[in-house]
Design a protein around this ligand. Structure first.
Ligand code: URA
Length: 230
């Protein structure tokens, strides 16, 4: 194991990443430095890099870097697009109006956001005016997300909206077509679901409408989790 100096003091160097110490220090400052699987020994190391990250221009406008909330031991990981204003202010994902709706959806199938899920985003800094992150911003940030997946090791990944679907799985098909179907990715069960912000804009609970479809999806997710836990 290479001795790690600088950023993490006495922490051991990541086992799998064959990065020279000087390259390691460059990860958060240059998007051209890759973040190979196994780079981080734990989520604290990862968060430390994220908090000083300058890999893309979103760093300039942020108040806080938004890494995660919930439980790192959770079986379910929920991935959103990127922080909005409330998230940027508080440094936590899904704490604004979308987050409140997400909490209700999860609670409807007895999932608690503190203990049962780990929540994060494709990009960790707020895009200006809440625009969607660009491909370059996603490419700079998604290796952190892949390390979060590896370290949390969830059984189920829920991708809320098209950016999460494209960011992690590279799927560009419309969310309306893909949602509700189980997909396998790196041995994990993944499902794309509507983004809560989309549900806020489409409040009808009528059969076949987005909210009704979400209710079908969250029940299927609960069922899968129960099956995997027995
Ligand atoms: N929307 C997202 O996709 N993520 C958040 O954290 C908040 C709103």
């Amino acid at each position: 194991m290479t001795e790690q100096i600088g950023l993490f003091g006495d922490l051991p160097a990541p086992e799998a990443a064959a990065l020279a110490p000087e390259t390691w220090d460059q990860i958060p400052t240059s998007a051209s430095v890759p973040i190979p699987p196994g780079t981080y020994a734990d989520l604290d190391q990862l968060a430390s890099h994220c908090k000083q990250c300058q890999r893309c221009d979103l760093a300039r406008g942020r108040t806080n870097v938004v890494v995660s909330r919930g439980s790192a031991a959770a079986s379910v990981m929920i991935i959103g697009e990127g922080p909005g204003q409330s998230e940027d202010e508080q440094g936590l994902p899904f704490v604004g109006k979308s987050g409140q709706l997400l909490e209700k959806i999860l609670a409807s199938v007895r999932l608690d956001t503190e203990n049962d899920v780990y929540i994060c985003n494709v990009v960790k800094c707020r895009p200006p005016g809440n625009r969607a992150p660009t491909s370059g911003e996603i490419a700079a940030c998604v290796p952190y997300l892949k390390e979060q997946v590896r370290l949390v090791d969830p059984k189920i990944i829920l991708l809320t909206g098209g950016t999460a679907l494209k960011g992690l799985l590279g799927i560009t098909q419309g969310i309306t077509k893909v949602r509700g179907n189980w997909m396998e990715w790196e041995g994990r069960h993944c499902m794309a679901i509507f983004h809560p912000a989309y549900l806020l804009r489409n409040p009808s609970k009528e059969k076949g409408k987005p909210k009704w479809l979400m209710w079908q999806d969250i029940q299927a997710i609960r069922k899968k989790l129960d099956e995997l836990s027995t």
